[in-house]
Write a protein that binds this ligand. Structure first.
Ligand code: PAF
Length: 278
């Protein structure tokens, strides 16, 4: 595995690659969910490139940028073992040099759900992902379905800005009790970790009701809220049943929707989603 820690080195390594390139953008502190993205990229491309960059632009001023978990030596071992050919690990000053002032706003999609609690978050995500697309010029780019709104935002951006890349969505990887793998799970205390399975239970309740014929968006949202309220350590931020592409809340579910929720356990905020009717 070749490692490029500057844009110049990345461009040189990329220029030597011929054939398809799969890109797996990450913020590091890798888990089995990231490795599933790499495995899919490995299966579908001649070359696999990954990036590790804790992107300051997608963290709000009171969020956990400084404390976001990092373990580069372990990440390097995992990516080498998973067959990554090129790893990009830029410094923030390389991607956001002095004078940087161009941002990607995916209007409308960036202000709902996560966007309400995390203003500016998707501007940071879309901007850094577009930069990675421009630098790596991948054939395909791989993202986890766990970050469902991120997927909707990036699909819209790629379509609107004619990015010559195919976005590939990979199913969420879960613990035995259903908790979606996330780098932030490390912050949960043991009682919070046990309680965190409530997100999946709430989503499963929505799935059960949908399968039984329930099509009222509000009743599906209410069912998820009721499950979360049974967990004393969790504080619900939102429960949503929204259109997959527009992220508009649905009164009546007619096409495929994303049922999603965000729940706080102390200072740790967890998100999860499932697709219904997709
Ligand atoms: O999903 C993530 O880890 C990040 O949002 C991403 C896509 C790597 C952009 O920083």
């Amino acid at each position: 595995m070749r490692r490029a820690d500057t844009i110049a080195k990345l461009r040189r390594a990329r220029a030597r690659m011929t054939g398809s390139v799969g890109l797996v953008p990450t913020m590091g502190y890798l888990h089995a969910g990231h490795l599933a993205l790499v495995a899919r990229a490995r299966a579908e491309n001649v070359h696999v490139a990954a990036s590790i960059f804790v992107n300051p632009a997608q963290f709000g001023p009171t969020e956990d940028y400084a404390h976001y978990p990092r373990d580069l030596p372990r990440d390097l071992r995992l990516l080498r073992g998973a067959g990554v050919d090129l790893l990009f690990t830029p410094a923030a000053a390389d991607l956001y040099p002095p004078g940087f002032t161009t941002w990607v706003n995916v209007e409308g999609l960036d202000s709902q759900l996560e966007g309400k609690s995390r203003p500016g978050h998707f501007r940071g995500v879309a901007t850094v992902v577009l930069k990675l697309f421009n630098l790596v010029q991948p054939t395909r780019a791989y993202f986890g379905q766990k970050d469902g709104q991120q997927v909707a935002v990036l699909k819209r951006m790629a379509q609107d800005l004619d990015c010559p890349v195919k976005l590939v969505l990979v199913p969420t990887v879960r613990e035995a009790d259903g908790l979606a793998l996330s780098s932030r799970n490390v912050f949960l205390t043991p009682p919070q970790r046990a309680g965190a399975a409530v997100l999946y239970r709430a989503l499963q309740e929505a799935r059960r009701l949908y399968a039984a014929g329930e099509r009222s968006g509000e009743r599906l949202r209410q069912a998820m809220r009721a499950v979360v309220q049974e967990e004393p350590l969790g504080a619900l931020d939102y429960a949503s049943v929204a259109d997959l592409a527009t992220l508009q809340e649905q009164e009546t579910v007619r096409g495929p929707v994303m049922a999603s929720l965000a729940v706080r356990f102390g200072k740790t905020r967890l998100i999860d989603n499932i697709l219904l009717g997709a």
